[in-house]
Design a protein around this ligand. Structure first.
Ligand SMILES: [Zn+2]
Length: 409
């Protein structure tokens, strides 16, 4: 019995040491074996054994020669091997399916975007996602490896099981996407909510990676948030934390949200709502500039078009944005006063390329922020329209760095 335990302990210890070494090699980009030994207090033979494994078996590192000797024997230098190692990130949105083939430094090698055409139904969407993945996979060079696929989906996603519990955008409930795709493509799949992934991407690969407390707000045709508290991505009791779109910002409101409640932020301030208000302004003949921009066709009115009209001086459209941003700031105030984040990032389709929106936020935010939070910056997310792909990639990268995707011995 005792032998069995000590064997298991040795295996666990080996794995723990290997993770530490891989992380160090990744952080430094390249480092000598003697520096690894100094940094970890592991003996040179242990370092050699583990690094050899990372180089020759796992293909996650490579030797690139020897460094200066400093008197003793020159030490071998090992480099993190991002080339030839890939991850596929997918942003499964209601309007577009976006995909990227990236290396382990999150550098894009190839990117695809296709319309989702949600009206064509479930099997058509699965077919499209599979095609996008196949196409991305076909761009990898010979002898390289795709470690896995990360997918971000709008809706309530159980990150443990990969089950989409419910996605109002797609009209899905209890969908096992992983099963649908994994069998077909023979790659490991990982899922999470698209906004939570935006926050994960910001945490792991964003412009300010040392931030421990921040929020990412996704302004699209829905509204959601990803929250990072004390360096951890918040998941909540059963994994559905961050449903920022469904906090009430107007208790008197008669606008019903798709969740069934009234006065939700999403019902009052989403891209969907902005477009609906724009259409309303058009039919009431209140909006000459918008009328010109959409050639009198209400079906062409989007939140972006309303923003454009507002910036061109259309009074009704400016009123719409003033109202919507007021609600948004009220929502941001709730997050900020509750969690005291260092930064709030705004991302998603509605926020992209809209300095105008950030100016409105800037003008209105102080009304809803405690004095302790008034200096809190509200800025565009680091990765723009690639934010969910980057987040999906970070999800797989985390698994690689935790040695969860290595082939069993
Ligand atoms: Zn709601």
């Amino acid at each position: 019995m005792k032998n069995e335990f000590s064997k298991m302990d040795a295996g666990l210890l080996h794995l723990a040491n290997k993770k530490v070494l891989l992380k160090l090699i990744n952080q430094k980009g390249q480092i000598s074996r003697s520096e690894l030994s100094k940094a970890t207090k592991l003996t040179p033979p242990t370092i050699t054994r583990i690094v050899d494994e990372l180089v020759y078996k796992d293909n996650l590192a490579e030797y690139i020669g020897t460094g200066s000797s400093n008197g003793g024997r020159p030490s071998m230098i090992v480099k993190f091997k991002n080339e030839g190692n890939y991850i596929i990130g997918i942003d499964l949105g209601a309007t577009y399916i976006r995909g990227g083939l990236v290396d382990l430094n999150a550098k894009f090698v190839y990117e695809i975007q296709v319309p989702t055409e949600i009206e064509k139904g479930f099997s058509s969407i699965i077919e499209k996602v599979a095609n996008v993945i196949q196409k991305l996979k076909s761009r990898q060079e010979l002898n390289s490896k795709v470690w896995g696929v990360g997918i971000g989906v709008a809706g309530l996603v159980d990150s443990k099981t990969g089950m989409i519990e419910s996605s109002p955008d797609f009209g899905w409930s209890k969908i096992d996407l992983r099963k649908e795709l994994e069998d077909r493509l023979g790659l490991p799949f990982f899922y999470d909510n698209s906004t939570r992934l935006m926050a994960l991407g910001e945490l792991k690969l964003g412009a300010k990676q040392n931030l421990k407390n921040f929020a990412v707000i996704n302004l699209g045709y829905g509204i959601a948030s990803g929250l990072v508290i004390e360096g951890n991505l918040v998941k909540g009791h059963v994994g559905f934390a961050g449903e920022f779109g469904h906090i009430s910002v107007d208790t008197e409101s008669s606008v019903k949200c798709k969740c069934g409640m009234y006065g939700c932020l999403e019902a009052l301030a989403s891209g969907h709502r902005i477009a609906a208000l724009g259409k309303h302004a058009l039919t009431n003949h209140n909006s000459q500039i918008l009328n010109e921009l959409c050639n009198g066709n209400p079906n062409l009115i989007t939140a972006e078009l309303v923003a454009k009209a507002a910036q061109m001086g259309d009074k009704s459209c400016l009123k719409i944005y003033n109202e919507v941003i007021e609600y948004l700031c009220k929502g941001i105030g709730i997050i900020a006063n509750l969690l005291n984040p260092e930064i709030v990032y705004l991302g998603g389709g509605i926020s992209l390329n809209e300095q105008f929106l950030f100016d409105l936020v800037q003008a209105k935010k102080s009304k809803y922020l405690l004095y302790t939070n008034t200096d809190m910056p509200i800025v565009p997310s680091t990765f723009g329209e690639q934010a969910t792909i980057i987040g999906a990639v970070s999800l797989v990268l985390e698994k690689i760095m935790n040695l969860e995707l290595l082939v069993e011995e």
